[in-house]
Design a protein around this ligand. Structure first.
Ligand SMILES: [Zn+2]
Ligand SMILES: [Zn+2]
Length: 253
């Protein structure tokens, strides 16, 4: 069995060799919410990720900047695992995606002048760390604790409530092309050639980054209470980066 640390190192090596990283190819078409069931290996990866505080490592953060976070499936599973078996709420998720939204807002602002070349900067330049790990650690052990955690993750009991409660707010800013009937084209559809990098999108991402900051503060000791618009911000951030398949499947389940 490949150890977690070694697998991460190998994943970095593999990532540097990949050349086809177009994010638009990752638009997920789901038939039911069970398509987002985590495997034991995925659960084990994220459990180790939170235990080791991997996001704090500068090499990991650099990789996440290049890859624009995780692939769509693992962006959502990161949040689900955190909500179900780690902190009970999307705290680390919000910190990571506030960082990425702030960077994306700058790219979009530049793109209003530089057009299609800037749009390409929203494309991942590195592979998803979880996908790379899974390709290497095929023989991950399905021990009892991992199996039990995986079952809890797939109940989605907390994340379903969080997403359903904030639906009136995030629905407005969902991607119509993803089926969300909202007014903001997601990154994946921008990469597929739909939508434009314009002033409205730049302003939306700046405001989303601001709301994520307030959401993070609301989750800290004696932090301010979050309004519905602030509570919806983490769903909107993941929706914009990773497409809307997951929350739409949740509310129609
Ligand atoms: Zn992935
Ligand atoms: Zn979309």
């Amino acid at each position: 069995m490949v150890g977690f640390g070694k697998a991460i190192a190998l994943a970095f090596m593999k990532a540097s060799k990949r050349d086809d990283l177009s994010g638009s190819k990752h638009i997920i078409v789901v038939s039911s919410i069970s398509d987002f069931d985590a495997t034991v290996a995925e659960t084990r990866y994220f459990w180790s990720w939170f235990i080791f505080g991997s996001i704090m490592a500068i090499e990991t953060r650099r990789h996440l900047w290049q890859s624009w976070g995780f692939c769509p499936r693992h962006a959502w599973l990161h949040a689900v695992v955190e909500c179900e078996i780690w902190g009970g709420r999307p705290f680390a998720t919000s910190i990571l995606y506030q960082d990425l939204i702030e960077r994306a807002a700058r790219v979009v602002d530049t793109g209003r002048v530089c057009g299609i070349l800037a749009a390409r900067r929203l494309r991942p330049q590195a592979t998803c760390l979880v996908c790379d790990y899974l390709a290497i650690a095929k023989d991950v052990s399905a021990d009892e604790s991992n199996t039990r955690r995986c079952a809890r993750v797939n109940l989605r009991s907390r994340v379903m409530v969080l997403i359903a409660q904030s639906e009136p707010s995030w629905r407005l800013n969902s991607c119509d092309l993803c089926g969300g009937a909202g007014k903001v084209v997601c990154r994946l559809h921008l990469l597929a050639g739909d939508g434009r990098l314009d002033r409205a999108l730049a302003a939306y991402l700046c405001d989303l980054e601001r709301r994520l900051g307030l959401l993070i503060r609301s989750m800290t000791w004696r932090g301010p209470q979050a309004t519905p618009e602030i509570q919806a911000s983490w769903v909107e951030a993941l929706g914009w980066f990773a497409g809307w398949s997951f929350p739409l499947a949740v509310v129609s389940a």
